[in-house]
Write a protein that binds this ligand. Structure first.
Ligand code: NAD
Length: 282
């Protein structure tokens, strides 16, 4: 890779430049997805914020437009495969292609087998857990990620310009978290392994596929339970740094993976969890 003007290899910061590229983010109305969308816009990309909550996606897009960024919004439930294709096509029509896609939408509903304050949760055991919650988590977290990456790959292959696909997995893809609903663990392990497989398949097209594995971040996930002091303390204590994260802290990693700064990174599982997956201190 050389700089077009000078024939010299690009400098480090130049490789983070995504001005003029376009990005689509799922689950972009809140939390980590909103941080991704902001990071892309702040770095000069044109962005489509998509979310099952279309009104909130439009509200956030309007807020970013008021700051001078080029963004649009679209309503998308990622478990709806036909709608996913429509929304990607609308992005392509608006911005002339797709360079960066975040398969981020996800949720963690239902009880874990262990309560945040300690003790078994009677509703969260393998034999008491409501199977409808399993179906919903898998449909959104895993099948939704497949639906999203499927259409991202379709548009990127069509353009012939390569691209970067980034999925939000979780450190729960690697470790098991007793206070998190059980289906969340296999849903994220599935996302992480899908990323590895697609990296293998799509590398020849210069399409890079990587996963971000967050630990606990303060968002609206699990009905905002990470904002509850008891739940928050359980997560603070689980990290080596003694504190859960704020979403602005994920933006530089998103920009690294989205940009040419990671031009030789594909199939990677980028852990950002305050060391939580290494083990507990106490
Ligand atoms: P959040 O609830 O703040 O944001 C999730 C967004 O996804 C919401 O705007 C919601 O409306 C949207 N959404 C939910 N179902 C959807 C669907 N079917 N289609 C499209 N959009 C949908 O939560 P978050 O923490 O920002 O979660 C984002 C991603 O990060 C998820 O995949 C989650 O599993 C992952 N994650 C979060 C944490 C954490 O601690 N917050 C840790 C690891 C992984």
């Amino acid at each position: 890779m050389t700089d077009a003007g000078t024939g010299q290899p690009p400098k480090a910061l130049e490789q983070f430049d995504i001005a003029g590229r376009s990005a689509l983010v799922t689950g972009a109305a809140s939390g980590i997805g909103l941080a991704y969308a902001e990071a892309m816009a702040e770095a000069g990309a044109r962005v489509t914020l998509t979310d099952v909550d279309g009104a909130s996606a439009e509200r956030e897009a309007a807020r970013l437009r008021a700051q001078g960024y080029e963004v649009r919004a679209d309503e998308l439930d990622v478990s709806d495969r036909a709608r996913t294709t429509q929304v990607f096509d609308a992005h392509e029509a608006a911005y002339g292609g797709l360079d960066i896609a975040f398969a981020n939408a996800g949720l963690g509903i239902g009880p874990g087998f262990w309560k945040p304050e300690g003790g078994r949760d009677p509703q969260g055991q393998i034999d008491t857990y409501d199977p409808a919650i399993w179906d919903r988590i898998i449909a959104i977290n895993l099948t939704g990620a497949y639906n999203t990456m499927r259409d991202a790959a379709r548009l990127m292959k069509k353009s012939g310009n390569g691209g970067s696909i980034i999925a939000t997995s979780s450190n729960a893809a690697v470790i098991c978290e007793p206070i998190v609903p059980m289906p969340y663990m296999p849903s994220k392990a599935g996302v992480s392994h899908l990323v590895r497989h697609l990296a293998l398949e799509l590398g020849a097209y210069q399409i890079r596929v990587n996963a971000i594995l967050p630990g606990p971040f303060v968002t609206n996930i699990a009905d905002g339970s990470l904002k509850d002091p008891v739940v928050r303390k359980a997560w603070d204590d689980a990290t080596l740094m003694g504190r859960i994260a704020e979403t602005y802290q994920i933006k530089p990693l998103a920009l690294f993976l989205a940009s040419d700064a990671s031009s030789y990174v594909t199939g990677a599982q980028m852990m950002i969890d305050g060391g939580m997956s290494l083990g507990r201190l106490g």
